[in-house]
Design a binder for this molecule. Structure first.
Ligand code: PEP
Ligand code: MN
Length: 247
């Protein structure tokens, strides 16, 4: 489980969140410092300052950090301060960025673009592997649909098909897939029950004042309930389907 705010907003916000998600059982903290916002007038993230804040917060919480890179120039900062580099949906086919990120030799969290076929996801991953970096985690974060009731269409079938096609771990991002707090817990549980390898969710100490993606951020109570239910489910998961890559 990777959890944390959409954007790093302040020292207090990221410290509090990292500590909380660690105590609730998360394995890794997320937080955006360079934000790919649809509108150039929206909050763009704290940049390098944000990266330093999440590095401190994670050192205190005892968990590794994952932060998105939007551009090659940011990799110098990210490779110094964070443990995993996220390539976001909008950059899945930014091949020069994929190669440069791969060469940091940090593990890469590669998100599926909302328009990408599974073959395109796999070729994007190959750009990283071909640089000699074997540590790629794929992430299903919803593809563009036709119904505004959910932000995107969460393609669980596609994510499971990826598991059949590759040895790489595949995780679910129901926060960006649905854009709705109420759907995040059930989809994390569905993904776990179906055999995906993990999830990344947005968590904020006070979602109503979050500077980005406020409507999809879990508060601390909702996140700890999710972790308890996930634990309970995993107790029953000898049921877990064995999904193995076709060799
Ligand atoms: C994010 O994880 O904050 C993000 C921007 O996600 P995506 O690239 O999937 O939209
Ligand atoms: Mn977000």
């Amino acid at each position: 489980m990777i959890a944390g705010p959409c954007a790093i907003e302040s020292r207090a916000q990221i410290d509090l969140t990292a500590k909380f998600v660690a105590s609730a059982g998360a394995q890794m903290v997320r937080g955006g410092a360079y934000k790919p916002r649809t509108s150039p007038y929206a909050f763009q993230g704290l940049g390098e300052e944000g990266v330093k804040l999440i590095a401190d917060a994670c050192a205190n919480a005892g968990l590794p950090a994952v932060v998105e890179a939007l551009a090659e120039a940011q990799l110098l900062v990210l490779e110094w301060y964070v443990d995993m580099i996220q390539i976001g949906a909008r950059n899945m086919q930014n091949f020069a960025l994929l190669q440069a990120a791969a060469r940091t030799m940090k593990p890469i969290l590669l998100k599926r673009a909302p328009f990408a076929t599974l073959d395109e996801v796999l070729y994007a991953a190959e750009y990283i592997l071909l640089e000699g970096n074997p540590n790629v985690v794929l992430c299903e974060r919803g593809v563009r649909g036709f119904d505004p009731q959910t932000r995107n269409l969460f393609d669980l079938g596609g994510a499971l098909r990826l598991k059949e096609l590759t040895h790489l771990p595949v995780i679910a991002d129901p926060s960006h897939a649905t854009g709705r707090v109420s759907l995040i817990e059930p989809l994390v549980l569905a993904a776990a029950a179906a055999g995906l390898d993990g999830a990344i969710v947005e968590v904020h100490p006070e979602p109503s004042v979050a500077l980005s993606d406020a409507e999809q951020a879990l508060d601390f109570e909702a996140f700890s309930r999710l972790m308890r239910r996930l634990d309970a489910l995993r107790g029953t998961l000898e049921l877990k389907p064995k999904l193995t890559a076709l060799k």
